[in-house]
Design a protein around this ligand. Sequence first.
Ligand code: ATP
Length: 324
Amino acid sequence: VRKIGVMTSGGDSPGMNAAIRAVVRTCAYYHTDCVGYFRGYQGMINGESMDMNARSVRNIVNMGGTILQSARSKEFMTKEGRAKAAENLRENEVDAMILIGGDGTFRGGKAFSDEHGIPVIGVPGTIDNDIYGTHYTIGYDTALNTVVEAIDKIRDTASSHNRLFFVEVMGRDAGFIALNSGIGAGAEEILIPEEDLGLERLLDSLERSRRAGKTSSIVVVSEGDKIGKNVFELAEYVKKNLPDYDARVTVLGHIQRGGRPSCFDRVLASRLSVKAVELLLDGKKDLMVGMVNNEIESCSLDQALKGKHTINKDLLRISEILST
Ligand code: ATP
């Protein structure tokens, strides 16, 4: 492997820049050329790239977003699109790719490598933490800190006005953000996609809290919770059934994806990306790097795609105990 390409794809996440920097600097350290592709797979298809050296990534370790930008590419979902990307890489003499993104990115990467024999290594970058083969994904820790800070502020107004706040956080299929930020911010209830707690239970719990003398409450709701109502309908339902509560809704939205990466995410991105380059230089392919019990490991992209990273359900029990 003499020249390695790197790109970021899917939803951006804080720490992607630290990952790009680590890929580029590790290539420089091992005297291997490095080229960055813009806007994920779309840039590979369009041949939009930039030669990168150790100095091209100065002052980015602390920046949110991704200097290579990200995109979702419909064209790459087709065989023709992937063939165009392979042709561009060959023209540019790129021997292998490092793909920083989520599971969609890895699915595309596997198809690409199978069809064109260009080795790829995946680096998990997404705030959702929903990737098998790693305990943490790049951006998740920063997102948790952003959410907790936002809920702390909401708590101030909730307690000043005796209000009940429903705070919707990201996580369509996974409750990692809701569960951990909910415990960190001291939420009354946490609603996640993995567990349908039911409306009755929610009402009971809120009613019990009220009777126990709580005058304000925070309920953290994951985007994809299974209770069958969106967060606004949920607030209306509670207002109707528990008229003593003044229920409000806050949807945190995209602030969760932005901001300076935490130290944890920078170190994680650095460790994973150094390993990703070293695996390629070692002749390995079609793997994903991950952190398991604080060690950097790798598994096949197939395993990462087939497996499911499950939440720790004990956290639900802890949340219940602590909201007594
Ligand atoms: P996030 O978890 O933040 O959403 P992601 O990597 O899962 O990140 P996706 O939009 O699902 O984000 O995937 C990124 C890109 O990967 C897609 O826009 C598409 O170009 C490519 N891709 C996804 N699935 C496939 C597939 N089955 N075949 C080929 N390419 C795919």
